[in-house]
Design a protein around this ligand. Structure first.
Ligand SMILES: *Cc1c(COP(=O)(O)O)cnc(C)c1O
Length: 464
């Protein structure tokens, strides 16, 4: 390294030490809401780097200019904090990543890192593909991974078509994920990770994730969770020992509905049977700077700030959305035309107890209204009709205010029929395995007054 490059590296080291002191001594001592509002964006950073802008600026620039060749060399060798080119990194994306890493790591002793992606599907691919590589020269190696079967339709396609059919990587489905023996029975020496989605979309499946994490670690492999439906306001798997969490940031984290985004959040020093120290040490930074740079599923800086703006009010929003959903679920649960309601907050749901062990509104004990731990179950539910698919379709077609759309996580109430939309591509047999019946309606309740949503449901049910 020449002296010029060294000078930049020394300067960067000082800057990094100062920044990590700020995060450790101040930011990580804040409550969840304060972190959601400010992230790691400080007054100092605003004044010194951003003309005092109190809101994180949108850097709509493809690339970063360097002072000289030494700085360029140091940046491209990843020796100094820099962003270089917006496919690799960008300051606005960094603000979002800092906030998500901190929120997902809230209550966890160790450090977390985040890599933002263009969508939730890109997050799932970038969190899983680095493990699905050959480990040696053994020709009988049968690379596989294990996942619960009740997962988002797009994830199911990515696992069963893109990975299994096209690449010969076996995905082993767990049909009853609350049975830990079924997970254990799927693992062998060539298993690369355990993947779980909880609560699942649209069936609201849940399981004892601590047991799955322990099982993964006993086998020397990482536990990866899609916690999109819960958001870090209700569930933070890394605190429980999980290695990696992925989010479709498109959903409740961007409740306004302003666009698509995804994120991979990882703890330091993840467990893995892949022999790559840099990957294990800081998985989020590794995928960001290497595979994701080469593949190119980067997030737009504009999107990063729109999303950041939504996240600032995450906790209180998830609280309100959950309470509204609870009221609606209770109404549906008692309705004569409905045969079954899947909402984890209903006491008669078979997974109510295990869900209640894990789904807590963050910081409720510090909230003036509660002053104690409070369970919340999110805003997604699904239900079936005594009159079967004909009744479900009639009901659906008669909704007036609730939107018919393949979407969830919105500030506005949205309903869909998964068998003809999000899970259509799976086909009937696989939908049976994943428990997606044809008359299942998925409903995600927004921030409207719940009585108005109940009135809309009631008039549509009258016609079903
Ligand atoms: C929507 C969704 C995804 C995919 O995210 P996109 O942002 O749409 O790519 C993954 N997992 C879950 C649970 C989802 O609901």
């Amino acid at each position: 390294m020449n002296n010029g490059v060294q000078k930049y590296v020394d300067e960067a080291r000082k800057h990094l030490a100062e920044r990590s002191r700020y995060i450790k001594n101040e930011v990580r001592k804040w409550k969840f809401d304060t972190i959601a509002v400010h992230g790691a964006y400080s007054v100092k950073e605003a004044i010194e780097n951003n003309q005092g802008s109190i809101i994180e600026p949108i850097y709509m620039s493809s690339s970063q200019a360097f002072r000289d060749s030494d700085e360029m060399e140091a940046a491209l060798a990843y020796l100094i904090p820099s962003w270089t080119y917006s496919r690799i990194h960008n300051p606005s994306i960094g603000y979002l990543e800092d906030t998500l890493a901190l929120l997902e790591g809230y209550g966890f002793d160790g450090e977390t890192g985040c890599c933002a992606t263009s969508s939730g599907m890109a997050a799932i691919a970038s969190a899983t593909d680095p493990f699905l590589v050959k480990r040696g020269t053994r020709s009988d190696e049968k690379i596989n991974f294990v996942s619960n079967a009740q997962i988002y339709g797009g994830t199911f396609q990515q696992f069963s078509i893109r990975k299994m059919q096209e690449r010969g990587i076996e995905c082993r489905w767990v049909v009853e994920p609350d049975n830990i023996d079924e997970w254990a029975s799927r693992i062998d020496g060539d298993t690369r990770f355990l993947f779980g989605e909880l609560p699942s979309n649209p069936g609201l499946m849940f399981f004892d994730l601590k047991k799955v994490i322990d099982l993964a670690h006993e086998n020397g492999i990482p536990a990866i969770f899609d916690a999109t439906i819960a958001t870090p306001a209700l569930l933070r798997p890394i605190q429980l020992g999980a290695d990696i969490v992925i989010h479709s940031v498109t959903k409740t984290l961007t409740a306004s509905g302003f666009g698509m985004a995804g994120a991979v959040i990882a703890r330091r020093n993840i467990v893995s049977n892949i022999d790559s120290e840099p990957m294990k040490e800081d998985f989020a930074a590794y995928i960001k700077l290497l595979p994701n740079r080469d593949i190119g599923w980067c997030l737009s800086p504009f999107q990063a700030i729109l999303t950041l703006n939504d996240i600032r009010t995450l906790r209180s929003k998830v609280d309100v959305l959950s309470q509204n959903a609870m009221k609606v679920a209770r109404f549906l649960n008692g309705h004569a035309k409905i045969s079954q309601v899947n909402y984890l907050g209903l006491e008669n749901h078979p997974l109510y107890e295990v869900a209640s062990k894990y789904l807590w509104l963050v910081d409720a004990e510090h909230d003036e209204h509660y002053r104690k731990a409070v369970n919340r179950y999110g805003h997604l539910m699904s239900f079936q009709f005594k009159g079967g698919v004909t009744a479900a379709r009639k009901f659906f077609d008669n909704l007036k205010r609730i939107w018919r759309a393949t979407d969830l996580g919105r500030i506005k109430s949205v309903a869909t029929i998964p068998a003809i939309s999000t899970h259509q591509q799976m086909g009937e047999d696989l939908r049976d395995m994943a428990n997606i019946p044809a008359d299942l309606v998925r409903l995600c309740i927004g921030a409207e007054h719940p009585d108005d949503m109940i009135a809309d449901l009631e008039q549509a049910l009258d016609k079903a």
